[in-house]
Design a binder for this molecule. Structure first.
Ligand code: EPZ
Length: 414
């Protein structure tokens, strides 16, 4: 429940990156030793992937709330818990990791947010190029190889998931793998840095071409996950949206460039420091045009939050979704709160209104949920948000962090 109208003020510390954690934890399957992973966010998706690995025989200990120790040496390939796998998108990283370690994987088709069709043809193309035979049987993907051999792979679509999955499978393949037209998101660089810290030989992560020289011996070690770029962006937008003044701490400002640039364009003041950014909002904000793109473009995972902000901008805005077929499910919830937004295909046309009004709304998906929370923080009156389970998959204690910034927000029930 959110009572809107209060400018957010103060400091907030960003957690470790969800989308890095859900790749790095299964990557530990490749490691013949103990991995200590720091700055792990305390979120539902991490709990699920930890549960999956434990079920399969990994020994996982929480050294503290944010530090995981993973020993996957005794993991068994034939015990995949399909019900758990269905709960999260990133369970498909188990295909790359298990294929890399055992040359065999048996994984349920992934769940996750509903953005229309979410094909994994590019993941499969990569596995097949490395020598695997991949088939689907009753919603389960079975990938098998006698051995994996390095090769050249060109991805037809820039895909975060396919880039990560092919890296996982190729890390221990024989010879060298070159992957072209890869995604460049910070969490891809983070995964490569983690694997390299364990002894892998991966070059070029963060550019369009990644080269992997296969190695059989990954040893344990300690690694710290990067800060969550999308959580940081969510607080930055919320600060601007409420006309507040917030220092967002524990971040890598370089990762935030596209979000910072848009916030400056709407009229907010953004000041960068070494590992934090201050956002000072002015009201009203100005309408802008945005197209979401793969990194370093404006992130699709920030689209609902910025649309919530633009719903009260002066003038009109046009937001085009450049990554997913369908990512405007949450717009109906904003319209219930008085927003004037019209969606045609992959574009939202927004005519700014003077204010939003509190209403009962739903978190339709993870980032859509963050968008309606921001709308609630701006609105007059009380907004009641249901289906928070989507939000809890990717944000750690979101209501507590907003409350500490002065928001009138509380969780009524689990
Ligand atoms: C990752 O999803 C993120 N999830 C998503 O974040 C994010 O929206 C997305 O990347 C884009 O940045 C995780 O990291 C767990 P893609 P992913 O493969 O890897 C098409 C969040 O809110 N495609 O980069 O599944 C696909 O349909 C979540 O934290 C193919 O055509 O996304 C889409 O249009 C939601 N064939 C585009 O590529 C394929 O084989 C990008 O998808 C794979 C993808």
């Amino acid at each position: 429940m959110v009572k809107g109208g209060k400018p957010l003020c103060g400091e907030v510390t960003v957690s470790g990156a969800k989308n890095a954690a859900v790749a790095i934890i299964p990557a530990a399957i490749l490691v013949d030793g103990v991995c200590t992973i720091e700055n792990v966010p305390n979120i539902k998706d991490v709990q699920v992937i930890v549960e999956i690995l434990r079920y399969m025989g990994a020994e996982i200990t929480y050294l503290d709330n944010y530090t995981l120790q993973i020993d996957s040496r005794n993991i068994r390939r034939d015990t995949e818990p399909h019900e758990l796998m269905r709960k999260m998108r990133a369970s498909y990283y188990l295909i790359g990791a298990l294929l890399g370690r055992f040359c065999k994987a048996n994984v349920t088709m992934p769940g996750g947010c509903d953005f229309g069709t979410r094909p994994i043809d590019q993941h499969i193309k990569g596995f097949e190029a490395l020598g695997a035979v991949v088939r689907q049987d009753s919603g389960i993907i079975i990938a098998e190889a006698e051995k994996l051999v390095g090769t050249n792979i060109y991805l037809d679509t820039v895909s975060v998931g396919a880039t990560i999955n092919v890296i996982l499978a190729a890390t221990m393949a024989e010879g060298t793998t070159t992957i072209e037209n890869v995604a460049k998101e910070p969490h891809i660089v983070d995964l490569a840095n983690f694997l390299n810290a364990m002894g892998a030989k991966i070059k070029g992560a963060g550019t369009d071409v990644i080269r992997i020289t296969g190695t059989k011996n990954l040893k344990g070690g300690t690694y710290s996950i990067i800060p969550d770029q999308i959580e940081a962006g969510t607080f930055m937008v919320a600060a601007a949206a409420t006309g507040g003044n917030v220092l967002v701490k524990n971040i890598i400002p370089k990762h935030m460039e596209s979000v910072s640039a848009k916030l400056i364009e709407v009229g907010a003041k953004v000041t960068e420091y070494d590992d934090s950014i201050r956002v000072e909002g002015t009201k009203p904000v100005r309408g802008v045009k945005i197209k979401t793109l793969p990194y370093p473009g404006f992130p699709t995972d920030m689209q609902p939050q910025i649309v919530a902000l633009l719903s009260v901008a002066e003038g009109s805005s046009i937001v085009t979704e450049g990554v997913w077929d369908s990512r405007f499910q949450y717009v109906g919830e904003l319209v219930r709160m008085g927003a004037n937004i019209h969606v045609e295909g992959k574009t939202a046309f927004i005519t700014g209104v003077e204010h939003l009004e509190g209403a009962p709304v739903r978190a339709t998906d993870l980032r859509g949920g963050a968008g309606v929370i921001i709308a609630g923080l701006m609105a007059e009156g009380v907004t009641e948000i249901t289906d928070l389970k989507h939000v809890d998959r990717g944000y750690e204690k979101i209501e507590e962090k907003f409350k500490a910034l002065g928001a009138d927000i509380c969780r009524v029930s689990e």
